[in-house]
Design a binder for this molecule. Structure first.
Ligand code: HSE
Length: 429
């Protein structure tokens, strides 16, 4: 007979929830949402062993009227006053790098756990801050930094065998997806951007959303986690949203495809192939139909693809993920994270081989096809839409496309654009 357990497991005795004093760095859209949710969600948090107590909030200007100011015990501009309150955990919701870096460093050096949604901070200083946290037996959680409303980062960080990933293809910026979805539904670019700002989706400087800088930072964090390789987000080839014409979205729809803000990276032997750009997706691509602010990610691994979709931005979902991180920090056992040592830098960062969606004005379809073919690029489809001529090409290098675009301009073509085109066949989920 096999005795599986020598001793019966002890009955689970419910213990009183631990009171956790939260120090809030920032009381803007996200910080205020954290303060409100900590009150509204007191019951489910208590059921998970945590009774949040909102301590001091550190802000840039304490004289500004803040509706959430009444929810915290003090609002101060003074970092010493903030740390004198002895928070059990710091929730960083300041955004930006310089001030956040100094304050998170101070908290971790004092052994205070930190949770943050700040992708700029983690992209720039993640390794250094994680090492600091380790040295001071503190925790740094940043689940809300990528796809804010879908908790997947921490799961993979703690479960290294779940998938061994070699490529990431994702919609990582909610504002950009909301803008393209609204344009699809008849809004102008300016109206769509204004709406995203009104809803609190966009960054304080929304150029970071629409140029692809925000998605590039998130891709860098994901590369570090899944590829164990470091890159500077500024080295990722990026195309801003505002290069698109409404007719580009209409021409794509004629081909039963969609244009979505895509970030992609693959890696091998230290070389990274990556881009951030609005991209043409075949209708049956798993990311083609993500609406509004929804984000999505496909992790291609040796055992197949893992896909997640869900809300990617907005104060409410970000606050929920930050507070769940607080619960994890408050209730965690001692967990060692993998690969805390600094990851090596990529040896090369360049654009992957992709198909291309090409637009030109003032040239015919046959002129466009001839000129692309002269550059060694084969067309799969050609069409005219309004003043523009469009081609969908077979895979080609960025350099090949650049040289073809130069030739198109030299031949009198105007408004030349080439964005990546991704095939559904290579993205099965
Ligand atoms: N501005 C960001 C976005 C917020 O739109 O995705 C979430 O990181």
């Amino acid at each position: 007979m096999t005795v599986a357990l020598d001793h019966p497991l002890p009955a689970r005795v419910p213990s009183a929830p631990a009171t956790i004093r939260i120090g809030l760095l920032g009381l803007g859209n996200v910080g205020s949402a954290v303060a409100r949710l900590a009150q509204e969600a007191a019951e489910p948090l208590r059921m998970h062993g945590v009774q949040p107590l909102l301590g001091t909030a550190l802000v840039r200007s304490a004289t500004r009227e803040r509706p959430a100011g009444s929810l915290v015990s003090h609002v101060t501009e003074d970092p010493d006053r903030f740390f004198a309150d002895e928070p059990d955990v710091v929730v960083e919701a300041l955004g930006g790098v310089t001030a956040a870096h100094a304050l998170v460093t101070r908290a971790l050096a004092l052994g205070i756990p930190v949770v943050t949604a700040n992708k700029s901070l983690i992209a720039a200083h993640g390794d250094e801050l994680l090492a600091l946290a380790d040295r001071h037996h503190a925790t740094l959680r940043y689940e809300a930094s990528c796809i804010a409303g879908v908790p997947f980062l921490g799961t993979y960080e703690r479960r290294p065998l779940a998938t061994r990933v070699h490529r990431i293809t994702a919609v990582l910026n909610g504002t950009s997806n909301a803008i393209l979805s609204a344009i699809d539904n008849g809004s102008t670019y300016a109206e769509a951007l204004e709406d995203a700002q009104r809803r609190g989706l966009a960054e304080p400087d929304p150029s970071s959303d629409v140029t692809g800088a925000d998605a590039a930072q998130k891709l860098t964090i994901l590369l570090r986690l899944f590829g164990q390789v470091r890159i500077d987000p500024a080295t990722i080839p990026s195309t801003p949203l505002d290069v698109l014409y409404p007719s580009d979205l209409e021409a794509s729809a004629d081909w039963k495809a969609r244009i979505k803000p895509i970030a992609q990276a693959s890696w091998r032997h230290g070389a990274v192939h990556a881009f951030v750009a609005p991209a043409f997706l075949a209708a049956d691509h798993p990311l083609a139909n993500l609406p509004d602010v929804t984000n999505g990610i496909i992790l291609d691994g040796i055992d197949g693809a893992h896909c997640f979709t869900g809300p990617g931005a907005g104060p409410a979902v970000t606050a929920a993920t930050l507070l769940d991180d607080v619960v994890e920090v408050a209730t965690e056992r001692t967990v060692r994270h993998r690969a805390r040592e600094a990851a090596p830098c990529a040896t090369v960062v360049d654009h992957p081989l992709t198909g291309w969606f090409v637009r030109v004005e003032a040239l015919t379809t046959s002129e466009l096809a001839d000129m692309l073919m002269s550059a060694g690029i084969w067309c799969d489809r050609l069409a005219s839409h309004g003043n523009c001529t469009y081609a969908l090409t077979l895979p080609a290098t960025l350099e090949g496309l650049r040289s073809a675009a130069g030739a198109l301009r030299a031949a009198g073509g105007r408004a030349v654009l080439a964005i990546p085109a991704l095939d559904a066949a290579e993205a099965a989920c």
